[in-house]
Design a protein around this ligand. Structure first.
Ligand code: ZN
Length: 345
């Protein structure tokens, strides 16, 4: 029998504090599952929602979209999950019926309803309600703290490199912003797929983290010319793929690093919105410029399996209790986190 209330960090006004509150435990509707949150990783996205510089959200709000936990109760019609099942959740709220959902590309769902932790309450709480179809089973071999990293910082580069870029063994890959949470796991995925990987980021701490994650080479683009180093690294040809996590600040040198027929996959952009490109370079080189968005539930299951087999290692910095959410968000904003910090509600 569940208790009737839970602890949650509640955002009552944009830009305001996260308030530790005792609130009613939500109940699962049909096709939904009540999950006892065991770990919720803290993302820069959470801070952007809180500051209201990203998607619209309704207040009061419980942030947190990187969730691992145990099934506590299932709504009517849910037969695939039972109490006690260990699960991780994908981030997106999708319809399951549109043409893209039917084709296994639900990250571009035509009836996209938003994110867990933005458009419905998230994981900065002891319990949260999630769509049954968003959940993937988590084996005992993976701790919940690790599980909370899989859908975003591991899943995002997996979708980007394996599916969108179609990276294959022996290819050369550059990852910009590779010292961040997604980037460090992108290095691991790139190595797993058999590529030579160069990590690009600022400063010695990031260089050490990129090397520890498996990068064959690391550079600081403020000290050397990325395109020049890329040519030298590949015997003059240029790299087969660039995973772009930075945006306009690095996009031009990323393109300048590409070989003929190269693929540039854009996953993130936090250095502005506008970017100038010479279309002649794109068609003469038959470059592919692709977008990539998070991970599908099917791919998340693959990511769980890769982690279970010890082929991917989630990189966790600090693990803290729920009421330290404020401090962990400040660490994210200060750029102090290597990998991810995780709340354990
Ligand atoms: Zn859909």
């Amino acid at each position: 029998m569940l208790e009737s209330t839970m602890r949650a960090m509640v955002l009552e006004e944009f830009g305001g504090p996260l308030v530790l509150s005792e609130i009613p435990i939500p109940r699962p509707a049909p096709s939904e599952v009540l999950v006892r949150v065991r770990a919720c990783a803290v993302d820069r996205f959470d801070t952007a929602i809180r500051a209201q510089v990203r998607e619209r959200a309704n207040l009061p709000l419980i942030l947190g979209h990187e969730i691992s936990g145990e099934v506590a109760e299932v709504g009517s019609g849910v037969e695939e999950w039972g109490a006690g099942d260990r699960v991780v959740s994908s981030l997106y709220l999708t319809c399951g019926r549109c043409r893209w959902c039917r084709r296994g590309r639900e990250t571009i769902c035509e009836n996209f309803r938003g994110h867990v932790g933005v458009n419905v309450p998230g994981g900065y709480a002891e319990y949260t309600v999630l769509p049954s179809s968003s959940l993937v089973a988590l084996p005992e071999s993976i701790r919940h703290e690790e599980g909370s990293l899989l859908a975003n910082v591991v899943g995002t580069p997996f979708h980007a490199l394996a599916r969108r870029m179609r990276l294959t063994a022996g290819e050369y890959l550059i990852i910009t912003g590779a010292g961040g949470g997604v980037g460090l796991h992108a290095i691991q995925v790139g190595k797993l797929l058999g590529a030579q990987v160069m990590g690009v980021d600022l400063g010695e701490a990031k260089a050490a983290a990129m090397a520890a994650a498996g990068a064959d080479r690391t550079i600081d683009p403020t000290l050397v010319d990325l395109a020049e180093v890329a040519r030298e690294w590949t015997g003059g040809k240029g790299v087969d793929g660039v995973l772009e996590l930075v945006g306009p600040a690095t996009l031009s040198s990323s393109l300048g690093s590409l070989s003929k027929g190269g693929r540039l996959v854009i996953v993130g952009s936090h250095t502005g919105d506008a970017w100038t490109i010479d279309p002649g370079l794109v068609y003469r080189n038959e470059w592919e410029i692709l977008g990539s968005r998070n991970v599908t539930v099917d791919e998340l299951a693959t990511v769980v399996s890769l982690t279970d087999q010890g082929l991917v290692h989630p990189i966790i910095d600090q693990v803290r209790p729920l009421h330290d959410a404020e401090e962990l968000q400040q660490r994210v904003l200060a750029g102090a986190v290597i990998g991810r910090d995780v709340l354990v509600p």
